[in-house]
Design a protein around this ligand. Structure first.
Ligand SMILES: [Zn+2]
Ligand SMILES: [Zn+2]
Length: 258
């Protein structure tokens, strides 16, 4: 059995934003329904152990919330700070426990990480993830997706050898080409990043889809179920926004059996 657990569902700044007094940030500070750490998921698998996607600056807090002291495998979508800011802390933990960490990322992402933090390679073994890998019964493949003005990221597709369950994690993307959309067909579950409900800024300044676009894309891709993540303070999850029934906002601790 495999469980997917959302440990963070915020955009690059998380919610609340330090400078902001909007209603969503105020609620996040007070009652905390909209409190969102940087986007990350835990995959708990009976064969592969604890797999984690992305290691942002909230990584240590997220691990504590999961009541974990270590992970078995890390998958990294891209080298933006909100997705790798916790690597330094993880590397320190690996040093103190004398266990080398294992991280998979596409080769160009590994290069970007090690150019900035060359010493991480002492504690973390980075393995290139340009070809599919096998984690337990899951065949996992990666592909490059457009990330708007922020360049590129990768999305991951998981296919279970036994159950044929297929799901994709795509937290940071916008303006996917038809070719980049091919791996999004016939999914049981899609996890898609949407920073705003309806982002008001000029298209060329944007980097992540919004909810309005996601509804249209889901209509095209037809996943059985869609969970939205990577949400900024623009989205108030106390509201329903009349989302179609098969599309839902994630929340911290949301657990799904795959
Ligand atoms: Zn991001
Ligand atoms: Zn990004």
């Amino acid at each position: 059995m495999t469980k997917l657990i959302f440990r963070g569902n915020g955009d690059s700044m998380g919610v609340p934003r330090i400078y902001c007094d909007c209603e969503v940030c105020a609620e996040a500070r007070n009652t905390g329904i909209n409190r969102r750490l940087r986007s990350s998921v835990q995959i708990e698998d009976e064969d592969a152990g604890t797999i984690w996607i992305d290691c942002g600056p909230d990584f240590a807090k997220q691990l504590e919330a999961a009541e974990l002291r270590e992970i078995d495998t890390l998958l990294i979508t891209h080298a933006h700070f909100d997705h790798i800011g916790g690597l330094v802390e993880w590397a320190d933990a690996c040093r103190w426990t004398n266990k080398k960490g294992r991280a998979y990322a596409p080769a160009e992402v590994i290069k970007e990480i090690l150019d900035r933090f060359p010493w991480l390679g002492n504690q973390i073994q980075f393995q290139s993830f340009d070809q599919p890998i096998q984690l337990g019964k899951w065949k996992v493949s990666s592909w490059r997706v457009n990330h708007g003005k922020n360049g590129y990221a990768y999305a991951f597709r998981f296919e279970n050898d036994n159950t044929d369950f297929k799901w994709v994690y795509c937290s940071d993307s916008i303006g996917l080409t038809e070719e980049q959309q091919e791996k999004l067909a016939a999914l049981d579950l899609l996890v898609l990043g949407t920073s705003f409900y309806h982002e008001p800024f000029a298209y060329e300044t944007r980097s992540v889809y919004d909810v309005v676009e996601a509804i249209e894309l889901v209509h095209k891709w037809k996943p059985k179920r869609t969970i939205l993540t990577h949400m900024s303070h623009d989205i108030d999850i106390r509201r329903t926004y009349n989302l179609p029934e098969h599309i839902r906002f994630s929340h911290t601790g949301l657990k799904i059996t795959l």
